[in-house]
Design a protein around this ligand. Sequence first.
Ligand SMILES: Cc1ncc(COP(=O)(O)O)c(C=O)c1O
Length: 386
Amino acid sequence: MERIYMDHAATTPMDKRVAEAMTPIFTEVFGNPSSVHAFGRLARQYLDSARRTLARSIQAREKEMIFTSGGTEADNLAIIGTAMANRDKGNHIITTMQEHHAVLDAVQYLEEQGFHVTYLPVNETGIVSVDKLKEALTDETIVVSVMYVNNETGVIQPIEAIGSLLKDHQAMFHTDAVQAFGLLDIDVNREGIDMLSASAHKINGPNGIGVLYAGDDIAMASMQFGGEQERKRRPGTENIPAAVGFKRALELAMEYKLVRNDVYEQYKQTFLEALANHNIRYYVNGDAEQTVPSIVNISFPGTNVETLLTNFDLDGVAASSGSACTAGSVEPSHVLAAMFGRGDERITNSIRFSFGAFNTIDNVSEAADRVAEIIKRLTNERRQET
Ligand SMILES: Cc1ncc(COP(=O)(O)O)c(C=O)c1O
């Protein structure tokens, strides 16, 4: 039985071309980029070149890119680092109920430190309201964090409208773009974004490296101490092979962006049509228009998440019920709870399928056939029990 990976929003397979770009660096470019000698200077060239490519992709400047260990650290540093450094300007933070835990847990930590946090609701289609954000803003607000694309539903948030609302406000606008970077056209200037997080392993790059874009003028406290790297905001010797891999992954993502988006849209339609052809009852969660083609979140009435995921896995289909961090424990999705309310059935019967490099039209329709058979079996069993 062929195993079919439909969980690219959790992580992606590394592209062979990325591995090829990284391999010689491990042994040949071993200098410390902080060293002044030729070995160090060579390492610095690779690091600077990676930083330049990442910066250009979002119309930022090279010096505004801070390498981190991934999306989680970038989110933490953006939110906690700026909140701590700007305490004299206010103690209010705004975010949304549907953020990734890398943001939610960071703001919860700040609450424990005495900051006041507003959690904005989202509507039934998973979109945050710019008007509600406007109402929540006060003279004390110092950070606003709204994700670019939701990792469970794929819904795209009104980032440019939020950026323009905050243009004349002191609050710094952070967006967790981990699910958007390399997939959508991002321009931090046009969209009024002050800080942006991204991660390499979501775009067929290596694990363990991410980046935080933070505008030059932003006061940010470091959460680590010990060196001058990354303009003192993230001290520690840089990971050159990973930076090179991140650069190569981004280049490939940009080169194939349009084609990939078309292909993923085809996968999504093929998958949904196949389910419909099998007469499966389902609902797609999240806005039908404002969404990335690579993620589809589907509710199957009369089923439950744990049983579905176990049966999918037994039949070789890898999907998930939400963020990878909570999938092991199958906690109810806080994203769907924010959209539908805590008591809604969809929270207990929804699955996220996400498409990427491991998929083909054939394995997507094969996955849909397997999923359909499982749903039929489980709903029949349930009918017989009742
Ligand atoms: C929206 C979002 N933010 C942050 C993260 C965390 O990124 P990383 O795994 O690189 O720490 C993820 C990963 O699932 C994500 O989807």
